[in-house]
Design a protein around this ligand. Structure first.
Ligand code: FAD
Length: 380
């Protein structure tokens, strides 16, 4: 690492974009390390060896953005297909559209309301409970959608996601529940959406394919940190609390476990993501990856599904979603204050900022921070 001027820790979107900019725009050499054996961070996907079906190994990843700068940047490294995301949920023995829309309301109540009638109907459902100052997540959800829809679509799913009775969860976990009084079933509203035509891994390989970029996979920062030159600029996209050896405690995360199955049918569920609303079903959703690529010739007699299970992360388990309790937020402030005192280290991405970030937001943040703090800092 002698003479190294730029070190990027993590080859997910935040790290890869930063490295690409340092190499191609600043014209400087940069070393990228990742403790995993692959590039792409949590957006990584790989082909199942038995079927050739591309699986998103850290859960379904759909690219979507409204930011023209992010879109034109991404298009330099990948073309996307025409996939449009839709989410369905199984409650009891019936499938409903998510987020709750006019089709969900009409099917659930067995009615045929117009948008205006549905609005009034839901208003009356909410009024029945007359909750003006919700004290917990259950009351908050009921104050937004009424009790029957809460019990069907929010309660069981929340219990599985948080392993906690919704009456014991703070009301501010949800500020609103997406609700549509029309039949639109597209999950995202962004003008640009899709899945990389040839997969996420090739996208990352193209980003990092530059003579100024050296990539070392299977390399943990904490195994090499003692050898990083003092004046090297480090862009750290791992967990901020780990960087400081958990000196103020561990930030809370939810983790996921995926159970993979190759099924002897051409189509298991007819869609990419099916939520399971009932508390009695132990998994939260099933992903069926073949449907992300209708343009590909996948086998007609086999398909790959992942069942997703959610729980609180313990020890070094993979962090997925920040929990963000009041205690977490206070702890984060302490870490951020400590980070400010390190002139040569910047923290980025979802782990470095302890924040859920969609892929486009990770790209956007990396582009902005590069301009402001790396290029803007002048030559080293
Ligand atoms: P990451 O992708 O997590 O990359 C960080 C990298 O740092 C990892 O590769 C890690 O191995 C490495 N690292 C950590 N510590 C060290 C260390 N000590 N030494 C070396 N390397 C280290 N976004 C969307 O836009 N659409 C979606 O549909 C979508 N679905 C999602 C589904 C789930 C279940 C989750 C959790 C997230 C989803 N996201 C989605 C968000 C997406 O995953 C993030 O936007 C993206 O991962 C952010 O990139 P990043 O570089 O910040 O972090």
């Amino acid at each position: 690492l002698e003479g190294l001027k730029y070190l990027v820790v993590g080859a997910g979107f935040y790290g890869a974009v930063t490295a690409e900019r340092i190499a191609a725009d600043l014209g400087e050499r940069v070393l990228v390390i990742d403790k995993r054996s692959h590039v792409g961070g949590n957006s990584y996907s790989e082909n199942d060896p038995a079927t050739g079906i591309e699986c998103h190994v850290y859960g379904s990843h759909i690219f979507h953005t409204s930011d023209p700068e992010v879109w034109s940047y991404l298009c330099r490294f990948a073309s996307l297909n025409h996939y449009r995301h839709q989410v369905l949920t199984l409650f009891g023995d019936r499938v409903f559209q998510m987020p709750i829309n006019l089709a969900t309301i009409n099917a659930f109540y067995g009615v045929n309301l117009t948008p205006a009638e549905a609005r009034e109907f839901i208003r009356q459902e909410i009024e029945k409970e007359s909750i003006s100052a919700p004290k917990n997540l259950e009351e908050k959800a009921i104050s937004l959608v009424g009790r029957p829809l809460y019990e069907a679509f929010v309660k069981g799913y929340t219990v599985k996601q948080w392993e906690t009775d919704p009456r014991l969860l703070p009301a501010d976990i949800i500020t609103r529940l997406p609700f549509r009084f029309g039949y639109k079933s597209d999950y995202f509203n962004d003008p640009w959406q899709g899945i990389p035509l040839d997969g996420y891994a090739p996208l990352f390989r193209r980003m990092l394919d530059h003579p100024n970029v050296e990539l070392r996979l299977g390399t943990d920062f904490f195994a090499v940190r003692d050898r990083v030159p003092a004046d090297c600029r480090v862009i750290f996209t791992g967990p901020i609390d780990r960087f400081f050896d958990y000196r103020f405690g561990r930030l809370g995360w939810r983790t996921l476990r995926f159970e993979k199955e190759v099924c002897p049918v051409g189509d298991f569920q007819g869609t990419t993501v099916m939520n399971y609303a009932d508390a009695a079903v132990p998994y939260t959703r099933i992903h069926e990856f073949r449907h992300y690529h209708e343009e590909r010739d996948y086998p007609e007699d086999r398909t790959v599904i992942y069942r997703e299970y959610s729980r609180t992360a313990a020890g070094e388990e993979e962090p997925y979603y920040p929990i963000g309790t009041a205690a977490d937020r206070e702890m984060l402030e302490l870490y951020q204050d400590a980070a400010q005192k390190l002139p040569n280290v910047s923290f980025g991405g979802r782990l470095g900022n302890y924040r859920y970030l969609d892929m486009d937001k990770a790209i956007q943040a990396a582009l902005q921070t590069y301009q402001r703090e790396i290029k803007g800092a002048g030559p080293r």
